[in-house]
Write a protein that binds this ligand. Structure first.
Ligand SMILES: *Cc1c(COP(=O)(O)O)cnc(C)c1O
Length: 424
């Protein structure tokens, strides 16, 4: 069944929309399996001792890159006022903005993809085995070997940061093909780490294509392909089991009587898709996952609602792909993720840029938590789901980035949010 054509008119006029998936299956089913996620978790554990050594901020958690789950009941009142409808206090923020190493959700999938590739290379050369002490990765022989290898990636910024920082730490020669919306400080930071930054005036899709082509010509280079990578997806999926533990510890039940609503900002789809996959494996239909996208770049909404997947671009609908949500500035969805989400994702919605800054400001004022514009997109979903979700539902906004934003830039965001609140 396809959607009411009216929704496409709204999308075309860049009006915010909410779309419920008419093809949602009562029992989630995926082509990947729980064993694939367990394999990813095991790999992250193998690398943990080296990560703890190399990135001291991860030492308290034993080298496991994880973020806190924070209760934000204080947001219920300002959100209720903004939406002019009641929002309950069972509100949670998953703080991927504070993930160690790169301060965004990309510290999950991006870093995992680099580690997976590294293991493949080192196993093949017999420089490492699954039962090795992974701290030997810092030794000269291995460093020198990895120094002869290259990594490349296309990015709007945050994926470049994750792969650039981790690639450099392992010794790779790393190139980041960065799209037009990337913030200057991200490029500066990468260059300071010795990463080659290839700037472009084009969008994300073009940056990925350029990096993919350059890398294909070089046998020593590996292109980390965000549009097609199962590895990235599995790295994100590993978040789910850890969230389950945090929910248990916080006393938040998820069962038939207590659904969990999760709001995930979506770019190409790997991050929110992988997390949705992991969560649905654990909680089945008791978890309801919604993707949040900018009104100018609703690639997954279009992929899903039209049923055309990656054949459709937001540009086909007269949209620009230009948004202050730089992490979400993607006009064509991942085909792989779309296929996995078709009958498993609950729905999608879009958000105006101006509203992102309103949520950003609200969260800072009320909770003292500062995150980047992309990471605020999930808040908009509450206006659509809150009225029907019932008293027992918990709502979790996945805050996907912001930990490394320089103070000056954050202050500009906050000013923008102030103007938005006064009803610009
Ligand atoms: C990349 C990113 C996302 C979305 O992840 P995709 O895998 O591109 O869908 C969301 N928020 C932030 C801050 C990001 O950097």
């Amino acid at each position: 069944m396809k959607s009411d054509p009216d929704i496409f008119e709204l999308i075309r006029s860049a009006e915010p929309v909410f779309w419920q998936n008419p093809d949602l299956s009562q029992s989630p089913s995926f082509s990947l399996t729980a064993a694939d996620v367990e394999d990813a978790e095991a790999r992250l554990k193998r690398f943990a001792p080296w990560i703890a050594d190399r990135f001291p901020e991860t030492e308290p958690a034993g080298g496991i890159i994880e973020s806190p789950l924070t209760a934000i009941p204080q947001m219920a009142q300002p959100l209720s006022e903004k939406f002019a409808l009641p929002v309950g206090k069972n509100l949670w923020l998953k703080r991927d903005d504070s993930l160690p190493i790169s301060g965004s959700v990309k510290a999950r999938g991006g870093i995992y993809a680099v580690l997976k590739h590294t293991e493949d290379l080192l196993f093949e050369k017999k420089l490492l085995a699954p039962d090795s002490d992974y701290r030997t990765i810092s030794q000269e022989t291995i460093k020198a070997f990895l120094n002869g290898k290259k990594l490349a990636v296309g990015s709007t910024g945050n994926l470049g940061l994750s792969i650039g920082i981790m690639g450099a730490a392992l010794g790779y020669k790393t190139s980041v093909y960065i799209s037009r919306e990337a913030r200057q400080w991200k490029k500066d930071l990468l260059r300071a780490k010795g990463v080659r930054v290839v700037e472009s005036e084009q969008d994300y899709e073009a940056a990925v294509a350029a990096g993919r082509a350059d890398s294909a010509a070089d046998p020593d280079s590996r292109f980390i392909d965000d549009e097609r990578s199962v590895d990235l997806y599995l790295g994100y999926a590993a978040a789910a089991g850890r969230l389950k533990k945090q929910l248990d510890e916080a006393g938040v039940p998820v069962d038939d009587a207590h659904p969990l609503y999760v709001y995930l900002p979506c770019g190409v789809g790997g991050g929110p898709g992988g997390i949705t996959f992991g969560l649905k494996l654990i909680f089945g239909r008791n978890v309801r996952c919604y993707f949040a996208e900018p009104t100018q770049a609703p690639c997954m909404l279009l992929a899903m609602a039209s049923g055309k997947g990656s054949k459709v671009s937001a540009l086909d609908y007269g949209l620009t792909g230009i948004t202050a949500a730089d992490g979400l500035a993607v006009t064509r969805a991942s085909e792989l993720v779309w296929r996995e989400m078709r009958t498993n994702l609950d729905g999608c919605f879009t958000v105006r840029d101006g509203d992102l800054f309103v949520y950003l400001r609200m969260l800072s004022d009320v909770c003292g938590i500062r995150i980047e514009p992309s990471a605020c997109a999930g808040f908009a979903g509450l206006q659509y789901t809150a009225p029907d979700s019932g008293e027992n539902a918990a709502h979790l906004i996945w805050s996907t980035g912001g930990g490394m934003v320089p103070e000056e830039e954050m202050n500009r965001y906050l000013c923008e949010g102030m103007q938005g609140q006064s009803g610009r």
